[in-house]
Write a protein that binds this ligand. Structure first.
Ligand SMILES: [Zn+2]
Length: 244
């Protein structure tokens, strides 16, 4: 029985190391993944804005052309104003000139608005272009940098798993599965050392005193005892024999 618990203690050491190594591996991979996501997001926005910019540039060209035509038409109408002979004709041509002028003003306002949005967009495009370029450089540097680390960590994990499997094979399956369950639920501490406190014993997992009969049983080291408060497997180390 004592051997079983001692093996569980060894297993717990390995499991805790594994947990740490796996966490640092996830951490490293997570940082690179985050960098990749950010760069992709910037790249997508850059592409969208570039397309929008091209569309707006085409729209501006179209409006500029329309405006030039409108201005030419206005000049023609004005010239015709000098040639009109009747009031009725004067009224009609004046009306046409006014309506052309209104159209031209509307086109000018549209152009001005497009020009304004183009300005803020082109500065954002430049900013994004720089961000994407920097992101790609950082990403490839980070990938190179972690490649070695990741390999090392994976090798460590593989070795630890082998050690763990060997040890686990020598532990009673029922006890092992109970250990696994407690390890998961109790944040990586399934086997708790019992600390002597005066005549009693304390569970180092939950820091509560154990009932006297549980403490008695543990000291006999014949059965496996669980902490009644936190359900952890209790590990008792007999004190060195007292000097006479
Ligand atoms: Zn406890």
């Amino acid at each position: 029985m004592r051997e079983q618990i001692a093996r569980l203690m060894d297993l717990q050491v390995i499991d805790r190391q594994l947990q740490e190594v796996e966490a640092s591996l996830a951490n490293i991979a997570g940082r690179v993944e985050q960098l990749r996501e950010e760069t992709e997001k910037n790249q997508t926005e850059l592409q969208r804005l570039t397309e929008e910019d091209q569309q707006v540039a085409a729209a501006r060209k179209r409006i500029e052309k329309e405006l030039a035509e409108g201005e030419a038409r206005t000049r023609n109408k004005r010239m015709r104003l000098n040639l009109v002979r009747t009031d009725k004709e004067l009224q009609a041509v004046t009306h046409e000139v006014d309506s052309l002028r209104e159209t031209n003003q509307r086109l000018e306002a549209e152009l001005a608005q497009l020009g304004e949005s183009a300005e803020s967009r082109s500065s954002r495009i430049q900013e994004l272009g720089e961000l994407v370029a920097k992101g790609r450089t950082d990403l490839s540097a980070a990938e190179k940098e972690i490649a070695g680390q990741v390999e090392e960590l994976r090798a460590t994990i593989g070795k630890q798993h082998q050690k763990r499997d060997k040890l686990a094979a020598e532990i009673d399956p029922g006890l092992l599965s109970r250990y696994n369950m407690i390890f998961q639920r109790r944040a990586g501490l399934a086997v708790a050392v019992v600390k002597p406190v005066n005549r009693d014993g304390k569970c180092s997992g939950c820091q509560r005193l154990l009932p006297p009969q549980v403490y008695n049983e543990i000291q006999k080291q014949l059965t496996i005892q669980f902490c009644p408060s936190c359900q952890r497997i209790l590990y008792y180390e007999a004190p060195p024999p007292a000097e006479e």
